[in-house]
Design a binder for this molecule. Structure first.
Ligand code: NAP
Ligand code: ZN
Length: 369
């Protein structure tokens, strides 16, 4: 049995974990740059608690709070300039996947002068600065992956910066930080997490270990997703299950990568401004139905772990939670198919889709009826 597994991040989970284990911040240097978005770190209460923990161990800090959703290369270069000028020893990413991914790219660029191409390919002359991740959404699992997904404006797509040195050193997961998430972000990020675990199980690179982790993630996410409703009366236990399920999804894709769903979703985000998780959700069931014709057993196992009996049941849950309304033109479908074929994650898809397959997946998911 292949049980290969690598995930060097120290995970600290639970209510109040930043306060309880604040001394850990002192193990990574004397000056931190906190990388975050406009609001998430403050609304969630995470910024206040991280700053209190830094003070308690005499670490000084400055804040870069201009990370945009789906951060572009220019955005992370700007933050890296601040890391250099502030002489930061380590980077703390607080927020959803966008600030956490940005923190990883900042860690690379703060100590290496790199053109855009080399930023994605390496090699990096100097080791990136250590990163500590504090998620405020339950979705990407970026706190335990070596990936940083950046928007490449000149090529009109998202690109994956992936390097083993980019696993955060420490991840602090406290579901309290997700309690003020709006309903739509809660749903979209949960569906992103679900998509990670599903795609990981179906990836060409999956093994027994990654599959065990991903199935456990689905056992948490499936029922928790069913409980969400727009009154947002989500209890703390469900919030914890979403956060833990998302983290396990991250651990799984850290081993296997994602598949064609993520490759196809990037254009929906870039051109149609659809949130990352929602983009995956819009494509997920047609993808499962494409794989099902080749591997009925695996799809049955995935549905069973989520507590579902059929793909139709999953589709109706996604429809109820996400209320999809996007329709693509034939021109959009042709362009997005070309773009998706360039993404590395297409290679992980079994069976590997042709251009015609991808076009059909877009058409069935989002084409005009
Ligand atoms: P996000 O883009 O980080 O955040 C979405 C929105 O939610 C932002 O407006 C954010 O505000 C807000 N928000 C975050 N936490 C909040 C809170 N606790 N309360 C209220 N509002 C909050 O969304 P995401 O889905 O977590 O991350 C998506 C990004 O991650 C994409 O770029 C995607 O490609 C990437 N991703 C990375 C990996 C990986 O392994 N590295 C995997 C999957 C996806 P602010 O603007 O203030 O931050
Ligand atoms: Zn994702």
């Amino acid at each position: 049995m292949d049980l290969s597994y690598q995930m060097p991040t120290q995970v600290i989970f639970g209510k109040g974990c930043v306060k309880k284990h604040g001394d850990i911040f002192g193990h990574h240097g004397k000056k931190a740059l906190i990388v975050t978005g406009k609001n998430s770190a403050r609304i969630s209460g995470a910024l206040e608690e991280v700053c209190a923990a830094l003070s308690s161990v005499s670490v000084s800090w400055s804040v870069y709070d201009e990370i945009q959703p789906n951060p572009c290369i220019e955005n992370v270069r700007d933050a890296a300039d601040k890391a250099r000028s502030e002489k930061a020893d380590f980077i703390i990413g607080i927020g959803g996947g966008s600030p956490m991914d940005a923190a990883k790219a900042v860690a690379v660029l703060a100590v290496n002068n790199l053109a855009d191409n080399t930023l994605f390919s390496g090699p990096y002359e100097k080791m990136p600065l250590p990163v500590i991740a504090v998620p405020t959404t339950a979705g990407t699992g970026s706190e335990v992956t070596p990936y940083s997904i950046l928007t490449d404006m000149s090529n009109k797509t998202k690109k994956n910066l992936s390097h083993v040195t980019l696993f955060p050193r420490v991840a602090f997961l406290d579901a309290t930080y997700t309690e003020k998430l709006p309903y739509e972000v809660t749903v979209n990020t949960a569906i992103d997490a679900l998509s990670h675990s599903v795609e990981s199980i179906l990836s060409r690179k999956s093994n027994a270990m990654s599959t065990m982790i991903a199935l456990e993630s689905l056992r948490m996410l499936g029922p928790a997703l069913g409980l969400l409703d727009d009154t947002l009366t989500i209890d703390f236990q469900t919030r914890e299950k979403l956060l833990l399920g998302a983290m396990l999804g991250g651990m799984a894709i850290a081993q296997t990568g994602t598949t064609v769903v993520h490759a196809m979703g990037y254009s929906l985000t870039f051109f149609n401004n659809i949130d990352h998780g929602k983009a995956n959700g819009l494509l997920l069931c047609e993808y499962l139905s494409y794989v099902q014709t080749h591997n009925l057993k695996k799809i049955a196992g995935i549905l069973d772990a989520m507590g579902m009996n059929s793909l139709e049941e999953l589709q109706s849950l996604i429809n109820k939670q996400m209320k999809p309304s996007l329709t693509l033109t034939d021109e959009e479908i042709s362009l997005y198919t070309e773009m998706a074929l360039m993404a590395k994650s297409v290679e992980n898809t079994v069976p590997k889709p042709t251009a015609a397959d991808i076009r059909t997946l877009y058409r069935k998911s989002l084409g005009k009826l």
